[in-house]
Design a protein around this ligand. Structure first.
Ligand code: 5GP
Ligand code: MG
Length: 399
């Protein structure tokens, strides 16, 4: 999500949405505010020209729609929401209705009144004809950044978006903070538990999270993987695009041959967000192909960022084996995912998580499967983070 206050233009709003597209792909929502509020929604990826989607106005609020990316607007207020409220499947609307019922008089005071009732993970932006306000939960699960743009300010889920807009003085909005043009207000006692998946997979490589560039962090994860699993093979092959940086660093660390032999067709779209295992598999098969078919007898170290259901790696390992590859060793530049996420990442129930079931290599058809240890992940991140998905839980719920 992004917000622009006293600096919006059609071109900037368009650029902001494009720079967030990797975070959700099911739709686009945009509100603009001048003396009144206008809003639009469309399905799928952003495909129109800036002027077709955006009515010129000084303020704008936009969201890419999908799992844990919500939006609500009426004639006087729009809310873009990232995260997961445990008591609502329409969190942006839930917040708007809670504000309607709040007793306090000012918008800030209403927000202060209602935030203790929000259970779960949330970062949201709220636009009215003359205000843009940001709120981040006490744990800081979902990322949120702010910076200066022209005579106004801009807010976004990733620094990449702000960088792309030419924003200066980029700062993280701290957990438990309500941010407005005039300053920041602490809403509760902050207990930071930001989501580690932003570093592992979700954020754009140009972004900064945990005070480090994502590019540098994924490089560190690849180096750590080389230290923990120093294997020998003919080629180190990334599963694109999510495994590329770690694979490159892994190969460099061990002096092995980095070979991007798997190609990804970006027009197929995300296989992960399909609703059935069959359609996820079919889409993964459509999405990946080998750029070199004759791999007879070649041993391969295949690297991806993470293993969830094992769909992606099973499909790619099968392709490599069909092309005659010898041994295929799968490595993941993250610790095993053992529990579902309740804090805004699409990590499914435990019975769908391959590492929670065990037998990863047999299911995938790889000769071995290795993960980065949680300790190595902690060393690379070097800041507190939420580990709920990386720790085994007896039940699906850990609220
Ligand atoms: P799997 O195929 O094992 O179910 O999922 C792992 C693959 O999906 C990895 O390549 C990873 O980059 C990607 N992935 C992991 N988490 C997410 C997510 O929340 N959303 C999407 N779209 N992809 C994900
Ligand atoms: Mg991937």
């Amino acid at each position: 999500m992004f917000g622009l206050f006293a600096c919006a233009t059609p071109a900037l709003a368009h650029q902001a949405l494009l720079s967030l597209q990797h975070r959700a792909q099911e739709g686009i929502a945009l509100a603009t505010a001048h003396t009144k509020l206008e809003f639009k929604r469309s399905c799928g990826l952003l495909s129109c020209a800036p002027k077709d989607f955006f009515t010129p106005a000084p303020h704008a609020l936009g969201q890419v729609l999908g799992a844990h990316h919500d939006f609500y607007a009426n004639n006087h207020l729009a809310i873009a929401f990232c995260g997961n409220l445990h008591h609502s499947t329409t969190p942006a609307k839930f917040i708007a209705k809670a504000l309607d019922r709040a007793q306090a008089t000012s918008l800030e005071a209403k927000l202060k009144e209602i935030t203790p009732t929000l259970k779960g993970a949330y970062a949201f932006l709220l636009l009215t004809p003359n205000r843009l306000i940001a709120v981040r939960d006490p744990f800081g699960y979902r990322p949120l950044f702010v910076g200066a743009l022209r005579s106004g300010f801009a807010l976004a889920s990733e620094t990449y978006t702000l960088q792309a807009l030419g924003v200066t003085d980029i700062q993280e909005i701290p957990p438990a903070t309500l941010y407005t043009k005039t300053g920041a207000m602490l809403l509760a006692r902050p207990t930071p538990r930001p989501c580690v998946f932003e570093a592992i997979y979700f954020s754009h490589p140009s972004s900064v999270v945990f005070g480090q560039s994502v590019y540098a962090m994924r490089t560190k994860l690849g180096q750590a993987l080389a230290q923990e699993h120093p294997l020998q093979a003919d080629f180190v092959v990334p599963i694109p695009n999510s495994g590329t940086l770690a694979a490159l660093a892994y190969a460099k660390e061990l002096g092995l041959d980095f070979a991007p032999l798997v190609s990804l067709n970006p027009y197929v779209g995300r296989s992960f967000i399909e609703s059935t295992q069959e359609s996820r598999q079919a889409k993964a098969r459509q999405k990946f192909s080998l750029v070199q078919e004759d791999l007879k007898g070649k041993d391969i170290i295949l690297i991806d960022d993470s293993l969830v259901r094992g769909t992606t790696s099973k499909v790619v390992v099968q392709m490599l084996k069909e092309a005659g590859a010898g041994r295929v060793y799968l490595l993941l530049s993250a610790a095993p995912i053992l529990s579902p996420c309740l804090w805004g990442i699409d990590i499914p129930a435990k019975n769908e998580l391959l590492s929670a079931q065990g037998g990863e290599a047999a299911y995938i058809g790889a000769d071995s499967v290795g993960f980065l240890s949680l300790n190595a992940l902690k060393a690379a991140i070097n800041a507190p983070f939420c580990q709920d998905c990386l720790i085994p839980k007896n039940k699906d719920s850990h609220v």
